[in-house]
Ligand binder design. Structure first.
Ligand code: NAP
Length: 273
């Protein structure tokens, strides 16, 4: 009996160690866009706590400085710069900086999105569509195109797109934004087989309603929140950390056989089979 318990403990100890090492991102460089707040910041923190050197960025210098200071205070290896993902020169200087200052790129978390429009989709303008598609979709692809040659040079890598539950079921009033998030589901599927040859995995997360500044219009009103919770199995709004853990998993060796996949992080909100 004693021997059996010892053997069991030893096995679980070894399994535990193996799991730890599979999650270990030491020596990896991770670019996370829009990472000075919300889901992006939580993702940078989750990757950083697993040992990755994280490159954080967003449009505003002050936000970047604050995020860098915060992550440094948690002993995370971090480099920061401003980057509006909708601007070509910003995307290029972000990737160049990661290569020059951190030695390369292994992970891209494409998290940035905008939503400049709320209303009936038939009232949305060409400018609205240009902005949403540029930032939410094109920039995600163009950053993938810029970073994957560097991943290839290091023997492989991982790309994670941040879509939304709205990508499966368009949200009322958020038509163009929802369509842009559906496009990311397609982009994931289109890229995965091509990049698998270079040992690069491409996956996606689709969060439900996560309590951040971006979704504040939804959770500022208690009545809306209560109504919304009826759609959930887990009766609370999500946190950035709920999503960040899944992103970190997808970037880790534990997910070595997962590509072209989207994981919903919704508290059980029904959006697909
Ligand atoms: N919150 C939700 O309920 C929810 C649900 C589903 C999906 N999502 C998705 O999750 C992602 C992150 O959203 P969040 O809720 O974490 O937002 P958030 O907390 O409001 O944070 C937004 C971040 O994006 C940065 N940013 C905004 N526009 C940018 C741009 N053009 N280029 C680079 N950085 C930019 C902001 O910093 P600066 O102002 O300094 O640029 C900030 O760091 C988005 O793709 C969103 O669509 C969110």
């Amino acid at each position: 009996m004693y021997r059996r318990v010892t053997r069991c403990l030893l096995t679980s100890h070894i399994t535990g160690r193996r799991m730890m090492s599979q999650q270990n991102l030491h020596g990896k460089v991770a670019i996370v866009t829009a990472s000075t707040d919300g889901i992006g910041l939580a993702a940078a923190r989750a990757l950083g706590h697993r040992g990755a050197h994280v490159v954080v960025s967003s449009r505003r210098k002050g936000n970047v400085e604050n995020a860098v200071a915060l992550l440094q205070s948690e002993n995370i290896q971090v480099t920061g710069t401003t980057c509006n993902v909708g601007k070509r020169e910003d995307r290029e200087s972000l990737v160049n900086m990661a290569v020059e200052q951190c030695g390369g790129v292994d992970i891209l978390v494409s998290n940035a999105a905008v939503n400049p429009f709320f209303g009936n989709i038939m009232d949305s303008t060409e400018e609205v569509w240009d902005k949403i598609l540029d930032v939410n979709v094109k920039a995600a692809f163009l950053l993938t195109k810029l970073t994957t040659p560097h991943m290839e040079r290091r023997g492989g890598g991982s790309v994670v797109f941040v879509s939304s539950v709205a990508g499966y079921q368009p949200m009322q009033g958020l038509g163009p934004y929802s369509v842009s998030k559906t496009a990311l589901l397609g982009l994931t599927r289109a890229l995965a087989p091509e990049l698998a040859h270079n040992n690069i995995r491409v996956n996606c997360v689709a969060p439900g309603v996560i309590k951040t500044q971006f979704s504040s219009a939804l959770w500022h009103n208690e009545d809306i929140v209560e109504e919304f919770k009826k759609q959930l199995s887990i009766k609370r709004l999500g946190t950035p950390e709920d999503v960040a853990g899944v992103i970190a998993f997808l970037c880790s060796e534990e997910a070595a056989y997962i590509t072209g996949e989207t994981i919903t992080v919704t508290g059980g909100m029904s959006c697909r089979l």
